[in-house]
Design a binder for this molecule. Structure first.
Ligand SMILES: [Mg+2]
Length: 224
């Protein structure tokens, strides 16, 4: 029986240059007369874009029209300016997605990114076509709701219903591990993002990795 592998993007598949992200977010905040200093006061890892952008809006965080305008400005800027040079794909990612594809596994996304920017980042990395379905951070501010979205998206995409334990959530933060547990999926934590191997291990994922290299070996451990 095959499984569905749900990949986080930032810190797991790739990272986008900090200077690039900082400059486009700064420009957007300036356009909407929001003090860009707020960039330094919030936490980003493992959070959904909906939650991050509401935070960046400060006292205006309940303003849905403003949120939609800022979101669209962000999507447009990413689309117009992100190039392959701004993106760093982590070691072992291409090897893993290629290996899973060849083994006829299902590959999807479970990311806090807005759907549009998730696809823009993956296109810049040359990896977009690997991922046929997914859950994104467009609506939910809480990551724990994303696995159920991914399950629905998977069933629509494949016409198949899997057990919850046949979903494997791969991510770089404690949030990824917690959302897998909340849903009943397996979790693979990889320390290519901001959290160390030890910090991730403490959260008891099914498997902790330093990188996604040698997928044959770590997949065997996961199923063993
Ligand atoms: Mg991440």
């Amino acid at each position: 029986m095959n499984s569905a592998y749900l990949f986080d993007i930032d810190g797991t598949i790739l990272s986008v240059e900090r200077t690039f992200m900082k400059s486009i977010i700064e420009e957007i905040l300036n356009t909407f007369s929001i003090d860009p200093e707020i960039i330094y006061r919030i936490d980003y890892a493992g959070r959904t874009d909906a939650s991050i952008f509401r935070n960046l809006m400060g006292e205006h965080h309940h303003d849905d029209d403003l949120f939609e305008q800022i979101k669209q400005a962000y999507i447009n800027k990413m689309n117009d300016h992100l190039t392959p040079d701004d993106v760093n794909v982590f070691d072992g990612v291409e090897e893993t997605v290629e290996y899973l594809c060849q083994n006829n596994e299902y590959l999807g996304l479970l990311t806090g990114n807005f759907k549009e920017t998730a696809r823009i980042k993956l296109r810049a990395a040359g990896l977009n076509d690997y991922f046929g379905f997914g859950a994104f951070g467009c609506h939910h501010t809480d990551r724990n709701f994303l696995p159920a979205d991914a399950e629905r998206s998977f069933t629509e995409h494949s016409g198949i219903k899997l057990e919850k334990r046949d979903f494997i959530i791969i991510g770089d933060t404690p949030h990824d591990i917690r959302c897998a547990r909340y849903f009943g999926a397996k979790s693979v934590a990889v320390s290519t993002g901001h959290f160390s191997f030890a910090e991730l291990s403490k959260q008891n994922p099914d498997l902790t990795l330093k990188s996604l290299r040698s997928p044959d070996k770590w997949l065997e451990k996961l199923s063993g």
